[in-house]
Design a protein around this ligand. Structure first.
Ligand SMILES: [Cu+2]
Length: 248
């Protein structure tokens, strides 16, 4: 996706430079030189051919690479080694359920639930395939970790929106957001993706299965217990924002 993005920007700049160049060249070359009106109808066959064919070619090339990348990004495999997470979105927070298999019939073995006071931290390992299965409790949300260059809508009802990540290469915290306007506190629907080594992940999950909270389990593997990329927002839910001077 990154390469496609960079390639598209270069292509756009190249077309832009050509067009700007032609504009400036025309401004200088065909500037007003006298009072005689130039010929008002004229055609240039090679030029008309060029500006019909060139955009079609540009669109075809962009379409081809987009289709290739999109097919690759959307591919799901049934890899028995992958980590499956059920992402449950609701107004206005997230629940992350670690599953023992793929699909609706698998079981949740551990769970992390966000609250107004604690940002939910989704812990995942490096080097393993990750399968996300998304579902919403109310309206459409969108699961977005900007560093993954990827967002995917989370639908209510019986829809499980599934996507997989080949592997995450770098450990560390990554901020996550809801990217679909879902109501009053949409902007506060943040979470954190915390990527750790596979070994630490196994110990984290074991601690969770043994009944530890997410914060305790994070501490037990030597990680910061709370989110480091974002913090809970002050929602001011008890304050009347419409009439600050008046009483409730
Ligand atoms: Cu949302």
């Amino acid at each position: 996706m990154y390469d496609l993005w960079i390639g598209s920007v270069i292509a756009a700049l190249a077309v832009g430079a050509l067009v700007w160049g032609l504009i400036f060249w025309c401004v200088v070359r065909y500037r007003k030189r006298g009072d005689q009106l130039p010929v008002q109808t004229r055609y240039n066959m090679p030029m008309e051919f060029l500006y019909t064919i060139a955009p079609i070619l540009v669109v075809c090339v962009l379409f081809y690479y987009t289709a290739v990348v999109q097919t690759d990004v959307d591919r799901v495999k049934n890899d028995p080694n992958m980590v499956t997470v059920e992402v449950v979105a609701f107004k206005w927070n997230w629940q992350f359920n670690y599953r023992d298999g793929a699909g609706e019939d698998a079981n949740t073995v551990a769970s992390t639930l966000g609250s107004s006071d604690v940002i939910p931290v989704l812990v995942l390992p490096t080097g393993r395939r990750i399968r996300f299965e998304e579902t919403s409790k109310d309206v459409i949300h969108s699961f977005w970790v900007p560093e993954l260059l990827f967002k995917r809508d989370v639908f209510p009802g019986n829809v499980r929106n599934v996507f997989e990540v080949e592997s995450i290469n770098q450990e560390g915290p990554y901020v996550g957001r809801c990217a679909e306007l879902c109501g009053t506190y949409h902007s506060m629907m943040n979470f954190e993706l915390r990527v750790v080594s596979p070994d630490e992940f196994d110990r984290f999950l074991q601690a969770k299965r043994d009944g530890a909270t997410t914060q305790e389990a994070l501490t037990s593997i030597g990680e910061e217990p709370l989110a480091t990329t974002t913090k809970p927002f002050d929602t001011k839910r008890t304050v009347s924002n419409f009439n600050p001077s008046g009483g409730e």
